[in-house]
Design a protein around this ligand. Structure first.
Ligand code: ADP
Length: 481
């Protein structure tokens, strides 16, 4: 394997002790693996941590690993992990200086970011304004379009009536996809193949969006079949330094939910990667973005790139990029929020090898229905190039109230072929007993000839599960994609 250039932050003199101070104590407004991940970064930076938990999570790993822990309410996330007053009280009670929101829950809630500011607590993430834009996809499309960043052909902003949706559909041609402006996690999306389906799809998308996000606003885009979802990780310190950490190919999805992510993308050439990176940096600059973020693109079969959305938080799949670049994204988030300039320059980012992540969910691997319960045995794999981000342990009871992802299995090897071999080994050696998991599903994907060839789009899983079925749209319950 080519030797990785581990860039130490010492090289740039940005660590504490150089005139600026990091936080003394951070509260983590999240649970499960991402809470543990943030605790890890804080420990390395010498920062004390506060965990918050609902009353069914007293035995959770993040509670045990943090320096302090506060119960913030009942199992129902609306009254605990999503409760702004409960979290702010916990942070005041513990004298926390900053809050890391993780992903999902309050991470993209501008009211939360504003409430933190009002209470004098640093929110580790972008400004509320950037978040509002992330949550308003129709507006983000308009801004990017004005800045010359290509977007998928579609409506100019939201569509407020069935007639307006039909007019756009006729202009851009069928099939179209009706999407929620406030959408996330693949919800509030409807594909329209025939004109007579448009009316019901429009109202269904509106209803679903209203129920899921409290905002029924929708917009229309051309539906591009068999596309790739390729996103770019960016870091911006708000002092004019914006860099990208390369792409992640997240095309292995089921019902618009990512299942496997990898980098580099099997279809990316150097030229393509450069263009993608430049577009992502431009998109971030267009909205004066600060902190870590992700710019998501759709790439069609002719390698045309279209802006899809900007995610104003850390992504589930950030470890793929960390493995490839050696950059600790969570530490960078914390440093940026503390007012430090970026640790790295673009020229110092040199991705090495190939990294891949499988999301291990507590679900029936055939039907994808949740399988909560007690882990009678949990033995994660190890060895060189194998990383497991999890908060699970033998004896832990997977709660039924939250997202079903219980572990992320990440591998890093010198090329894609070796990464696949390593992932197969790691999946074989991942022993989880007591509940059902998606490990058998991942094994099937990793053995599929099209996956091995790198020849797949976002419709790959639907075709694999049911070769006759090309398009399937549905709801899901996850908090993040
Ligand atoms: P969310 O924020 O709900 O995850 P996205 O806008 O990121 O929604 O889209 C999720 C997924 O839906 C994409 O990764 C892609 O698979 C599919 N998708 C979105 N827009 C289109 C489109 N115009 N054509 C084809 N597929 C699309």
């Amino acid at each position: 394997m080519a030797s990785r250039s581990f860039l130490s932050s010492r090289q740039t003199g940005c660590e504490p002790g150089h005139g600026m101070k990091l936080f003394k104590k951070i509260l983590i407004a999240n649970r499960s693996e991402i809470a543990v991940r943030v605790i890890r970064a804080c420990k390395e930076l010498g920062i004390r941590t506060v965990a918050v938990f609902s009353d069914v999570e007293r035995e959770a790993l993040h509670v045990r690993l943090a320096d302090e822990a506060v119960c913030i309410g009942p199992a129902n996330p609306a009254h605990s992990y999503l409760s702004i007053p409960a979290i702010l009280s916990a942070s005041e009670l513990t004298d926390s200086e900053a809050i890391h929101p993780g992903y999902g829950f309050l991470s993209e809630n501008p009211q939360f970011a504003e409430a933190c500011a009002t209470s004098g607590i640093t929110f580790i993430g972008p400004a509320a304004e950037s978040m509002k834009l992330g949550g308003d996809k129709a507006k983000a499309r308009q801004i990017m379009k004005r800045r010359g960043i290509p977007v998928v052909p579609g409506s100019d902003g939201p569509v407020d009536s069935e007639e307006a949706a039909l007019k756009t559909a006729k202009r851009i041609g069928l099939p179209v996809i009706i999407k929620a402006s406030a959408g996330g996690g693949g919800r509030g999306m409807r594909i329209v193949l025939e004109e007579d389906e448009l009316s019901s799809a429009f109202y269904m998308a509106q209803r679903e969006a209203l129920a899921a996000f409290g905002n029924g606003e929708v917009y229309v885009e051309k539906y591009l079949p068999s596309i790739r979802h390729i996103e770019v990780q960016i870091l911006s310190d708000g002092k004019g330094n914006v860099i990208h950490l390369g792409e992640r190919d997240c095309s292995v999805q089921r019902r618009h939910q990512k299942l496997i992510e990898e980098s580099p993308s099997p279809v990316a050439t150097e030229k393509f990667r450069k263009k993608l990176g430049e577009l992502a940096v431009r998109a971030a600059k267009a909205v004066k973005y600060k902190n870590a973020g992700t710019v998501e693109f759709i790439v069609d079969q002719e390698q045309n790139i279209y802006f899809m959305e900007m995610n104003a938080r850390v992504q589930v799949e950030h470890p793929v990029t960390e493995e490839l670049t050696g950059v600790d994204i969570i530490k960078e988030q914390i440093k940026i929020a503390a007012g430090f300039p970026l640790t790295y320059k673009q020229s110092q980012i040199k991705p090495v090898g190939h990294a891949m992540e499988c999301r291990i969910n507590a679900e029936d691997p055939d039907k994808f229905i949740p399988s909560p319960g007690k882990l009678t045995l949990f033995m994660p794999p190890g060895g060189p190039g194998v990383r497991v981000d999890t908060a699970a342990y033998t004896g832990w009871v997977v709660p039924s109230h939250y997202d079903s992802m219980i572990a992320k299995l990440i591998v890093h090897a010198k090329n894609r072929e070796d990464a696949i071999a390593k992932m197969k080994m790691a999946l074989d050696m991942f022993i989880i007993e007591g509940i059902r998991t998606t490990i058998p599903f991942h094994k099937k994907v990793l053995n599929h000839p099209d996956f091995i060839k790198g020849n797949f789009g976002t419709d790959f899983i639907e075709r694999m599960v049911n070769p006759l079925q090309s398009v399937e749209v549905g709801k899901n319950g996850s908090t993040e994609t």
